[in-house]
Design a protein around this ligand. Structure first.
Ligand code: HEC
Ligand code: HEC
Length: 132
């Protein structure tokens, strides 16, 4: 990615629709299918943007991706309660975030060194108050 593109904000860069079609969607399809080929056999814009993605001009977070608890305590409680969450969370932080960060050319959120504006769970998932 050249300097000019790198200097653009994530929103402007991501709003380049052709880039989403030609780069983001195919690469992320590979990433999700390597994790679970059955569940993600069909992988399109809708998997990230939701059924109403196009109507909402592809604004993130999505209405259809499962919301995440907005406190570490509630999140840990859900990790105990939902058998699939630990596996998903590992996949999200090890594979999905790094791949998206690279595609969008933005820093990925690192809990050990939190940077404002870094790409993280909340760019795709709604973060909500939840009592598991
Ligand atoms: C792996 C998940 C993923 C897939 C698949 C995906 N996108 Fe995105 N898209 C995102 C994320 C995340 C953002 C927002 C980045 C940010 O936080 O600014 C985004 C942003 C956008 C934006 C800019 C929205 C804005 O607020 O300006 C458009 C337009 C867009 N996507 C279109 C598409 C289209 C069309 C497809 C299918 C060809 C697609 N995306 C596939 C994750 C995805
Ligand atoms: C690029 C977008 C994106 C990012 C960033 C992302 N996720 Fe996800 N996540 C998804 C998609 C797509 C799914 C599968 C569809 C669904 O759950 O509705 C998913 C599913 C999950 C699930 C399973 C939910 C269920 O259905 O039970 C968990 C848990 C999860 N993500 C946690 C996280 C955590 C924690 C982070 C941050 C470390 C994160 N995700 C970052 C897109 C993303």
């Amino acid at each position: 990615m050249d300097k000019f593109l790198a200097s653009l904000s994530i929103a402007i860069l991501a709003s380049l629709l052709p880039y989403m079609k030609e780069a983001v969607q195919p690469k992320m399809k590979e990433v999700f299918q390597a994790f679970d080929p059955k569940k993600f056999a069909k992988f399109s814009c809708e998997n990230c943007h939701g059924k109403d993605g196009a109507d909402r001009k592809y604004k993130m977070p999505s209405n259809d991706i499962h919301a995440l608890p907005n406190t570490p305590e509630a999140f840990q409680a859900m990790m105990k309660k939902e058998p699939t969450w630990p596996k998903f969370t590992e996949f999200m932080s090890q594979k999905v975030e790094p791949a998206m960060g690279k595609l969008l050319d933005v820093p990925v959120f690192d809990p050990k060194n939190p940077v404002k504006g870094a790409f993280g769970c909340g760019n795709c998932h709604k973060l909500e108050a939840m009592t598991p």
